[in-house]
Design a protein around this ligand. Structure first.
Ligand code: FAE
Length: 560
């Protein structure tokens, strides 16, 4: 490999005994709604006009003032909303995307990756799958109608950032991998945090709340994980250790899919455009539980455009509500005493930069925008040869990874990713998380009124170098080789996108050690923006655990 020069189920118990409230919340969400990896499509790129997406209902009216507001409904915001609601604090959650519970004309809420349609992407004319080519031909992406779909791409020079849109944020589109970081790396990343407390209290709580489970043999030994077993055996032959990758997809449900006893989802090529079944996204756990407290209100299809503070310390938010065409149907404002930014790394940092640079919140730290990282994301494709059948049926949920993190020369955790093309491809894909110390920077661009990411063409070099060491050895041991023709640029790797943007509002730099933003009181960041660029594993479990830790202290100390 040469571096390119140029550039469901509802378990009856959980950790906090929220089952009854979860049910109540689900009921509340259902009535509110009564008022919304990668794959290969061998079909040509044309709009899938056969399916008409649901018309999202107009959002409910909201009050003019709340004690607390969360911006966004991803992991951080959902944790905050549940705990605020449990504490009896009147809270509004504001989400720019829709509540995904309305079936389209095909009877499904989400589309799959083979025949994507308008539901796939946030106001795009074409899908933008990370694996875009088959044998060098751009056959994957399709023309689609513009619609408030579930996956968004933010395109910057040298880096595309994938994010989820809708109630549940990234949980709607992600691969469900719920991994606890290695403790020594966690201590390097967060030397100021009490690791004992994180590992004994907050990670276990996050795992229980999100229903994390591991793949049982009966599922792993099925045809749907042939792709993973073959890559694992090749890894072992090269002398690498492999590790289980826990997931929030319910493997008992997947077993029923495989047995033909349940509607297929992971086994039917659903993931980056949403799963219709099986996955414990936040709209199945934290969010309905929050609404079920009776203190939490949800406002959908509403974007926060600006934040300011008045002389009494009250925060005022400017809002825009849109319809399914993207037209603004209402502009309004709402205020609160305590404001939690949970708009994700990119959204939170942009709102704070805009507030600082336009003079609305001028005392915000100069650290905001710094410390951005791609979590060392780096994808690699390998041609296995005839001995390396990966199978035509592949589950969309990865469950194993090559764990080479202990090697200081090549710190790589390479998850074995599916390539569910529906045909035998003899190709293995890996989503590698590497220890890339490079950091980018987000700045406010006044002419576009948006945040701009600076990430240079060479900043993925450490990821490339580490991954190359691992996969050169893998290829040498197995007679396999790097496969071109899957990613844009025709490289056998992808360093131009990330699923895991982190940083921009770092814990202990732009905030105190609980996410309280410097320069203002009762203003908090509660999402991935707190994490300094790399956490060594997929990040949502850490975002959830950290949010649980921070909100417990914030409620106790700031809201009594
Ligand atoms: P996030 O989940 O991004 O939620 C932010 C929410 O805020 C979104 O719903 C936005 O629509 C909303 N929002 C943004 N701006 C505004 C605004 N101005 N006004 C109103 N609402 C706004 O935040 N991580 C893992 O750990 N395991 C995986 O397997 C995994 N796979 C992934 C696969 C894909 C395709 C993608 C895109 C991500 C994946 N991730 C995975 C990353 C993970 O989903 C992500 O780190 C978390 O979702 C981030 O959580 P936050 O709470 O930071």
């Amino acid at each position: 490999m040469k571096k390119q020069e140029q550039n469901s189920p509802d378990p009856s118990q959980d950790a906090s005994g929220i089952t009854r409230r979860t049910f109540l919340g689900r009921t509340a969400m259902a009535s509110a709604a009564a008022m919304g990896v990668t794959t290969v499509s061998l079909a040509s790129a044309r709009a899938n006009a056969a399916v008409t997406p649901a018309e999202p209902p107009a959002p409910d009216a909201i009050a003019s003032h709340y004690r607390a507001i969360t911006i966004g409904t991803g992991y951080g915001a959902s944790v905050a909303a549940l705990r605020l609601g449990e504490a009896g604090i009147d809270t509004l959650m504001i989400e720019m995307g829709q509540l995904w519970d309305q079936p389209a004309s095909d009877g499904k809420v989400h589309c799959n990756m083979v025949r994507p349609d308008a539901r796939a992407m946030w106001f795009k004319d074409k899908t933008e799958a990370p694996v875009s080519n088959v044998l060098g031909l751009p056959l994957v992406d399709r023309r689609i109608d513009r619609y408030p779909g579930v996956l968004d791409t933010l395109n910057y020079d040298n880096m595309t950032v994938y994010v989820g849109r809708g109630v549940g944020g990234g949980s709607l589109v992600n691969g469900g991998m719920a991994v606890v970081p290695k403790r020594n790396f966690f201590e390097e990343v967060f030397p100021q945090l009490p690791a004992d407390e994180m590992y004994e209290t907050w990670y276990p709580l996050a795992q229980a709340m999100l229903h994390v489970n591991s793949v049982p043999d009966k599922v792993y030994n099925s045809d749907f994980y042939q792709f993973s077993r073959v890559a694992e055996s090749f890894a072992h032959k090269a002398g690498f250790a492999t590790a289980d990758v826990p997931n929030v997809y319910d493997f008992e449900y997947m077993a029923q899919e495989i047995a033909g006893e349940a509607e297929p989802s992971a086994t039917a090529r659903e993931v980056i455009y949403g799963n219709n079944h099986g996955k414990q996204s936040l709209d199945k756990n934290y969010i309905p539980a929050a609404i079920g407290t009776g203190y939490v209100t949800l406002r959908t299809l509403t974007r926060v455009t600006a934040i300011e503070q008045d002389a009494n310390g009250i925060y005022h938010l400017s809002l825009q509500t849109i319809d399914a065409t993207g037209a603004v149907t209402e502009t309004l404002s709402v205020s609160c005493d305590h404001l939690f930014l949970g708009a994700g790394t990119m959204g939170t940092t942009e709102l704070l930069l805009r507030a600082r640079e336009t003079g609305a919140l001028p005392a915000l730290s100069s650290e905001i925008g710094t410390g951005w990282g791609n979590n060392g994301n780096f994808m690699v494709s390998i041609a296995n040869g005839w001995r390396g059948r990966t199978g035509s049926d592949q589950s969309s949920m990865p469950v194993k990874g090559i764990d080479n993190w202990g090697d200081p020369e090549a710190q790589v955790f390479a998850e074995i990713a599916p390539f569910p093309a529906g045909i035998e491809t003899f190709t293995s894909l890996f989503l590698a998380i590497t220890n890339n110390p490079e950091r980018g920077c987000l700045t406010y661009n006044a002419s576009t009124d948006s945040a701009q990411l600076s990430w240079g063409p060479d900043q993925s070099q450490p990821s490339f170098d580490a991954a190359k060491k691992v996969f050169d050895r893998y290829n040498e041991a197995n007679g396999t080789h790097y496969r071109r023709g899957l990613f844009k640029g025709n490289q056998p790797y992808a360093d131009f996108f990330t699923y895991h943007p982190l940083g921009g509002c770092l814990l202990g730099k732009a905030t105190d050690l609980y996410g309280r933003l410097s320069g203002y009181s009762r203003l908090y960041s509660i999402d991935g923006s707190l994490i300094p660029g790399n956490v060594g594993v997929n990040p949502f479990l850490t975002i959830t655990a950290l949010a649980e830790r921070n909100i417990a202290t914030i409620i106790r100390e700031d809201m009594a």
